[in-house]
Structures are given as C-alpha cells and as structure tokens.
Design a protein around this ligand. Sequence first.
Ligand SMILES: C[S@@+](CC[C@H](N)C(=O)[O-])C[C@H]1O[C@@H](n2cnc3c(N)ncnc32)[C@H](O)[C@@H]1O
Length: 258
Amino acid sequence: MDTIPPRDTTTGQTWNTEAYAANGRFVATLASSVVALLAPQPGEHILDLGCGDGALTEQLAATGAVLLGVDASSTMISAARQRNLNVEQHDATALPFHQQFDAVFSNAALHWITNQQAVLTGVHRALRSGGRFVAEMGGQGNIAAIRTALQAVLAPYHVDAEATAASFFPSPATYRHLLESVGFTVQSIDLIPRPTPLPNGMDSWLNTFRNGVLDHLNPAARATALAATIALLKPVLCDADGNWTADYVRLRFHATRS
Ligand SMILES: C[S@@+](CC[C@H](N)C(=O)[O-])C[C@H]1O[C@@H](n2cnc3c(N)ncnc32)[C@H](O)[C@@H]1O
C-alpha cells in the first residue's frame, strides 16, 4: 500500500521523494556554486539544513567533511538514511544545537520557511565562534511568472496562491538585515537569475513543487486549473521545440559568526 507523505503545516506542501528525484534533481545538481562558496574541508563539522533526500549532503560528505543533515520531512529523512547519511528530523525553526558546527549549509530550503528569525537564531547558536553560514535560496523575483499565473488562475476558486504557498523570496537588502539582526556578519550576498531547464515540463514541476497550493482544489478543478496555468505560461517559458525553462532567481550568501 502506498504511504501518503505528511503535509507541511505552514505551506501545505508534501515531499514525495520519487517525484522529487524525477522532477527536482536539478535542485541539487545546480548547486555547484554554493558548494564552492562553502568550500568544505576534510574533518570540518557541517550541518546541512533542509537536506532533503541527501543528494547534496552525500556530495559534501565525500569531501571528507563530517556531515549532519536535518530536515522536517519524514519522507525526505528516510530517503537520506538510505544513503547511509547521518541525519535527524528537526524543524529548522527549532534547532537543538549549541556551538558545535564549523559551518551551516543550506540549499533551496530557507524560502519554504516563514519564521526566519527562529531559523537564523538557531543557526547562529549552532555555529562555533568564527563559524560560517553559507546558503542559497529563492530570492526576490523567483519564479515570478509561475507565481503570477497561479495567482490569476486560482483566484476564481477563492485560493490565494501566494498566501497559500507562503514562500519567502527576499531581496539581498532584506536578508542582509535579517542576518545582521541575529548577530551575523555578511561577507557576501547576491541575487542571481538562473533560468532553469525543466526536462519533464511545467506540469511535473507544478505537481512536485506547488502541490500545497493545487491540492486545495477538488480533482476536476485541479486538472482544469493546471491546464489553464500551463497555457498562460507556455508563451513565456516554453520554446518552439516544447522545452520549458523556469524563471528561477537565487539568493546566495556567506555570513560568519564572530
Ligand atoms: C527543495 S528541497 C531541497 C533539498 C536539498 N537541500 C537539495 O538541495 O536537494 C527543500 C527541503 O526543505 C525542507 N524544509 C522545508 N521547510 C522546512 C523546515 N521548516 N525545517 C526543516 N526542513 C524544511 C523540505 O522538507 C525539503 O526537504
């Protein structure tokens, strides 16, 4: 019998690990720049925050660093354990660590969290003095066309797509302020447009990354809304050969704890 992944209580999102592996693997494979910014060293203790199924955690551990992955999703944690990784299930807003990591790393997880103050306080507390926080997340303007299309299509169904998704895509100035407010010194923070090919198309992307919004509709309405969203997006995100590209914008930063 199939098990239904638990739904995140804030965003309504469920993480189906098979769908993520099939339609979201680009999230980890396109992370080479933030991994380079982290520059993990053998023997360093590194926390991978929102580690997902551990594809990137495994890559970081291969450098000789000592990795602990944490994620709120039980399905993602189970998938990460299958890679023989050291992982624990925690919500990023309630991290139980005290001055024990040389670095905290995060890729594509922070924008799913609304209580940034709680996350950043916990990350700061988890780092030893001089430790670094290196991360990439969705930034201002991320997937703007997709979000606008969903907002327009779902309004007649009385679903506020933006409020329901509850994503946090800050500008560099906003996030710098948040980091500094909990005691970090910001070494660099940049907004990086990253048009992202979707080999499996927009339908698969929406079902994988926006199920927390679309599942507010009954199956018939969901199918109609999905088709209408894809039709709206096709002229701007799909080329003449049928290749889809999502309008990703990343926020990448390096901050240190003094
Ligand atoms: C798009 S995946 C990224 C996974 C991985 N970092 C990667 O690069 O493939 C986002 C992850 O953030 C996790 N996440 C979302 N909200 C979270 C929270 N409040 N606490 C911990 N993890 C969270 C999700 O469960 C999911 O595994």
